[in-house]
Design a protein around this ligand. Structure first.
Ligand code: CU
Length: 218
């Protein structure tokens, strides 16, 4: 089930990698088994003609055709993976210019929690480990850090980015379904790293905007 734009994109890319890897694996292991059986040692076996022998010039093999074939097949497999990967990176690193009021949020990492600041200045304290967003809207996060390197990640969304002091990394996503998802720091940042968790709460638009409009700026 689709939960967010990023999850759909990365899952389909992961699927492409997996299917191609399985296809290559089947071909490689089938050939391996076939050749093991075909060229097994028998009483009648003799050395192949091109066996290297000390003191003799090796016979040139001239397998240009298999080189061309191997290179073309590898290229055919690798090109879609490269194009898919760069497409996904480009998509995730190009946030929409305009997001709705309430959909641009700053994420500031601290040892050991994430502080979320909404675009009206709201900075929830008592529920500071909850990131609220509306379903069905593009959401843009500007991620930075106050102290050491952290990494902000949303597990179910297959998305994360580094939180680095003095630098802002921007990511975005489009939540497809309401629900709660785990936020976690993905970079060892000190003794409390394991406690550095939060919850992404994807709310219905009505519930989100009534919460957003009820917030007061501290
Ligand atoms: Cu951390």
């Amino acid at each position: 089930m689709a939960v967010s734009s990023t999850q759909v994109q990365f899952d389909s890319l992961f699927g492409l990698f997996t299917y191609l890897a399985v296809a290559v694996g089947i071909v490689v292991f089938s050939l391996l088994i076939y050749f093991i059986v075909k060229y097994r040692e028998r009483p009648s076996s003799r050395q192949p003609d091109d066996t290297p022998i000390l003191g003799k010039m090796p016979i040139s093999r001239g397998h240009a055709r298999s080189v061309v074939l191997t290179l073309s097949l590898s290229t055919l497999i690798i090109v879609p993976l490269i194009v898919g990967s760069f497409g996904a990176i480009d998509n995730i690193l190009t946030p929409p210019q305009h997001v709705c009021q309430g959909c641009a949020i700053e994420v500031t990492a601290h040892q050991f929690y994430f502080q979320f600041t909404y675009d009206n200045g709201t900075k929830p304290y008592h529920t500071r480990d909850i990131l609220r967003v509306p379903v069905g809207e593009n959401v843009r996060l500007s991620v930075t850090s106050e102290d050491v390197f952290h990494d902000f990640g949303i597990i179910g969304y297959n998305i994360k980015t580094d939180a680095i002091p003095g630098r802002t990394n921007t990511i975005w996503f489009y939540p497809e379904t309401t629900g709660n998802f785990t936020i976690q720091c993905f970079e060892f940042c000190g003794v409390g790293h394991y406690t550095m968790k939060g919850t992404l709460m994807v709310m219905s638009q009505a519930a989100y905007f009534s919460w957003y409009n009820s917030t007061v700026v501290h």
